[in-house]
Design a protein. Structure first.
Lengths: 212, 264
């Protein structure tokens, strides 16, 4: 089981001409791999995640998936801001055909939101939002979790629980923080100038990234 | 484009779409009417209040003795117009207010519209039922053919849906269109067929109003309500064209719009 990108290009229309964000990306993400994609600001990290999550279509190229892949989890992604964390959990459980109450119970236990679980998402801090998103996605349980930046994991109770959960699932995380990649991943790639380069050795990837 | 192997079965896709629409309906009810259980009653209250007011005004103006000025003529007619106008006016912000949900790949643009339309349709049939009962209680006769009335409501819903899909697709590209839509939805009120039967009009006006699709639906409604008391003129094939063609353009437009909508 894998998620595959074959010669993926993405460009957006600008006032004059087009902005080419991704220029021919080839990659295979296998089930169980924990891949960190490092990229500086504005290199197209979020675009890449959306294409991997198949919520945005590439301008050219093919995305092929034979495993269940989460939605792109980030600060705001996929939430209705006016609804509470619990309501958002229910909505997502419904569209992924998972038991609603179990999902809410899991999120309550895992996201450490306390009273905020029943408050509108727009009242959340960014850390709370990313915990909510991750908790819901863990409750749904995918073969591969797609994470866009926004991780307040670190060495917290939540971070350790999240890390433990990931031992039996795949992860693709795009970030500009080398420490996250070192903490969570067993494979790394660098996104630069619209192309993605894989490194079998994480230290090598970090060295390349730091020299950009 | 994206693909997956092996392809999912049609029945699974249908189940998924039903799930998504169901979840969208619940979500829409929460955002529009809050979390209180009684809040849902608002969905009925708005058309109920407006319909009652309109028919009251007309009842006073035309002493309310004949079917022509009766409570049920205006109240039920107004609910139908309210349905059509509601679908039209809400179409412009449907995509914007649901955009964050596009992060879930099973949520599609048409689903957002379908979910809203089901809510409006259920609310208006409920209110139509209430007005029918009230009409009888006020001394009117029972409807001649409730089935025809329900068909009229269904056709109005579909007509509004087609128009809403087109407006939704168009506003995602040109936002200004939404302003025009609101003005148009008011301007069309006198021509909609809500206030008249075609047979009451002079010949030259009849020839013009039969081009308006809602006129045919109102004629069907009144045929169901009053039977032989009026002679109704409607051509349902003409209405079907007005339903199918906008659906075709609207769904195609939304398909074109989807890759152009940014995800924040």
């Amino acid at each position: 089981m894998a998620l595959e990108l074959i010669d993926v290009h993405k460009s957006y229309p600008m006032n004059v001409g087009r902005k080419h964000v991704l220029r021919g990306i080839n990659a295979v993400f296998r089930k169980g791999e924990r891949v960190g994609v490092l990229g500086r600001n504005g290199t197209g990290k979020s675009t890449l995640v959306r294409i991997l999550g198949r919520v945005e279509a590439p301008t050219q190229g093919i995305v092929r998936s034979s495993m269940s892949v989460s939605w792109p989890i980030g600060f705001a992604a996929g939430f209705q801001q006016a609804l509470s964390g619990a309501d958002n959990s229910r909505f997502i459980a419904r569209i992924y055909d998972r038991p609603v109450q179990e999902t809410v119970d899991f999120v309550e236990h895992f996201a450490e939101l306390g009273e905020y679980l029943n408050m509108p998402v727009h009242t959340y801090s960014s850390g709370m939002r990313s915990r909510l998103g991750l908790a819901i996605s863990l409750a749904i349980d995918f073969d591969c979790f797609l994470v866009d930046e926004a991780l307040a994991v670190g060495d917290t109770k939540f971070g350790r629980a999240f890390g433990a959960r990931l031992q039996r699932a795949g992860l693709i995380i795009v970030t500009h923080q080398p420490s996250l990649v070192r903490q969570l991943c067993n494979r790394a790639a660098v996104l630069d100038q619209g192309t993605l380069t894989f490194y079998e050795d994480i230290d090598e990837a970090l060295a390349t990234y730091n020299s950009l | 484009m994206s693909g997956s192997a092996p392809g999912p079965l049609l029945i699974d896709c249908a189940r998924q779409q039903v799930r998504v629409i169901g979840a969208l309906i619940i979500r829409e009810m929460h955002t529009r009417f809050g979390r209180h259980r009684l809040g849902y009653l608002w969905v009925f209250f708005e058309p109920l209040l407006l319909g009652a007011m309109i028919s009251l005004i007309h009842g006073i103006r035309g002493n309310g003795s004949s079917a022509r000025n009766s409570f049920e003529f205006f109240s039920i007619g107004y609910v139908m117009f309210f349905l059509f106008r509601g679908l039209m006016n809400r179409a412009g912000n449907t995509i914007a207010s649901n955009r964050s949900l596009l992060f879930h790949r099973q949520v599609t643009l048409p689903d957002m519209f379908f979910a809203r339309h089901i809510i409006e349709g259920v609310a208006c049939s409920g209110v139509m039922f209430v007005f029918t009962i009230v009409g009888i209680a006020l001394g009117g006769e029972a409807p001649d053919s409730p089935v025809k009335m329900m068909c009229a409501l269904g056709l109005m819903l579909l007509l509004g849906q087609g128009v809403a899909l087109v407006i939704g697709a168009a506003t995602s590209e040109w936002e200004g269109i939404d302003r025009l839509v609101h003005a148009m939805s008011y301007l069309m009120l006198p021509f909609s067929g809500l206030f008249f039967m075609v047979e009451w009009l002079p010949d030259w006006m009849q020839e013009i109003v039969v081009w308006v699709p809602t006129v045919h639906i109102f004629e069907l409604l009144r045929d169901g309500q009053f039977g032989d008391r009026f002679s109704a003129n409607y051509d349902l094939t003409y209405v079907a064209g007005w339903i199918l063609i906008p659906h075709l353009f609207g769904l195609a437009g939304l398909r074109l719009a989807r890759p152009r909508i940014g995800l924040e």
